[in-house]
Design a protein around this ligand. Structure first.
Ligand SMILES: NC(=O)c1ccc[n+]([C@@H]2O[C@H](COP(=O)([O-])OP(=O)(O)OC[C@H]3O[C@@H](n4cnc5c(N)ncnc54)[C@H](O)[C@@H]3O)[C@@H](O)[C@H]2O)c1
Ligand SMILES: [Zn+2]
Length: 390
């Protein structure tokens, strides 16, 4: 580990466990809140999950309004639309209960109670974001880790991409990880969002930006995910494993904040931006092809071998770096296959003639590609995408 400077940014307080939601009145009281803007989505409300939050808002005796009228993975225009409705009502606190889409929208709202700039201006210059309201994030997927990153990702339809707005002022102040929220998560969503968290951990651990702080969270998060994801997805009563996934997804978010994701996320962005493949699904599809490509780099293999030593609790009979790195990729591959992640981009309307556009768009994601230990050329990106275009 070098003596380079690195830093760790975290929310002020994180509550976990089955009834973690009961902390809401105390959080609001300590923040001196009287009027809350609550962000969620219609799906979460229909399932009755938001009722758990609403009960606590009533107990806290605060006024509140609910904002649930925006699509998953919203464009920046859709986010601006919600923010225009929310501004000017005198809120003093934000509660976000949902997946990454809801949390990212709420995080943007927390810096946009001002007429000085809008979401578009933040896309051009994220440094302008100033914190206006404190935020409590309550994730319902496990997950993006958006509850503890300073990032908000929005679609930019005119460029057919998704772009991350990054500013420390968007870090949530409080986080609640309540396992009841993901108890009935549909298997396909639990699988793709769980593999997204796996990607965050292993990408951050094998990133050029990896450091002592990010390694601690990335490695432990990865170990938890590898040993809990299958049961958490397959067994609806596996509440302990589901809670473990929430904690590991949170660790993944901390790892992103301290380090950075790599080629899986970089090549995945155009799939979300142009073809609207869900974030978790596109990452899960690209994970194994990118891991196999990266295995051509010796430093990457060494890191993967260390991750295998830490995460694998079975018979420790492998001895060389190459054996361990390959075994780890095979184990991840087995999990991804078991979880029935889609394997063919054609299912999402991607045609053979779209390949060159994808390659060009993927290579534009230099913010993340510079973190990848093995350089990704146009030919490399082409052969990675071809793995998921049958
Ligand atoms: N800010 C960050 O650091 C960060 C990191 C990774 C991804 N993201 C972004 O987050 C977004 C994806 O978020 P996501 O993967 O959490 O999904 P999501 O928020 O888009 O939700 C996907 C679907 O799952 C449903 N859902 C959510 N929780 C549920 C539950 N408990 N039970 C049943 N249905 C439920 C939602 O209603 C929605 O229809 C993308 O825009 C992605 O780019 C942000
Ligand atoms: Zn992700």
């Amino acid at each position: 580990m070098s003596l380079d400077k690195y830093s760790l940014k975290l929310p002020k307080a994180v509550y976990s466990g089955k009834e973690a939601m009961d902390n809401i009145p105390e959080i609001l009281k300590s923040a001196g809140s009287k009027k809350v803007a609550a962000f969620t989505d219609k799906g979460i409300r229909k399932l009755g999950l938001f009722d758990l939050v609403e009960d606590q808002l009533k107990k806290a005796d605060v006024e509140y309004d609910i904002y649930d009228d925006f699509p998953p993975e919203p464009s920046y225009q859709a986010v601006q639309g919600v923010i225009d409705r929310f501004k000017g009502h005198g809120y003093d606190f934000i509660v976000a209960c949902g997946g990454g889409s809801v949390m990212d929208t709420a995080k943007l709202a927390s810096v946009l109670v001002t007429d000085e700039y809008g979401v578009k201006e933040l896309l051009d210059d994220p440094k302008r974001a100033k914190k206006c309201l404190e935020t409590l994030a309550i994730p319902t997927t496990a997950g993006t880790g958006a509850e503890c990153t300073p990032n908000a990702i929005v679609g930019v339809p005119e460029k057919e991409v998704k772009i991350g707005i990054v500013n420390d002022n968007m870090m949530s102040d409080y986080v609640i990880l309540d396992a009841r929220l993901i108890e009935n998560l549909p298997r396909s969503i639990a699988a793709s969002t769980g593999v997204d968290a796996m990607c965050h951990c292993i990408e951050c651990y094998t990133s050029n930006k990896a450091n002592a702080f990010s390694d601690t969270f990335a490695l432990r998060g990865f170990e938890i995910i590898m040993n809990n994801i299958v049961k958490a997805c397959d067994d609806k009563d596996a509440l302990a494993e589901k809670n473990n996934m929430q904690i590991a997804a949170f660790y993944g978010g901390v790892a992103i904040t301290a380090s950075g994701t790599t080629a899986v996320h970089a090549l995945s962005y155009p799939l979300g931006g142009k073809y609207h493949v869900a974030h978790g699904t596109s990452n899960a599809m690209l994970l194994i092809p990118v891991m196999r490509f990266n295995a051509g780099d010796e430093e990457f293999r060494k890191r993967m071998a260390a991750a295998w030593d830490f995460a694998y609790h079975g018979d420790k009979k492998l001895s060389t770096v190459d054996e361990k790195a390959n075994a780890l990729i095979d184990w991840m591959d087995e999990i991804v296959k078991h979880l029935d992640i889609p394997t063919d981009l054609k299912e999402f309307g991607v045609k053979t003639e779209d390949l060159e556009g994808l390659v060009a768009s993927g290579l534009q994601q230099q913010r993340l590609l510079v973190n990848n230990m093995r350089e990704v050329t146009a030919d490399d990106a082409r052969s990675i995408y071809l793995n998921v275009m049958k």
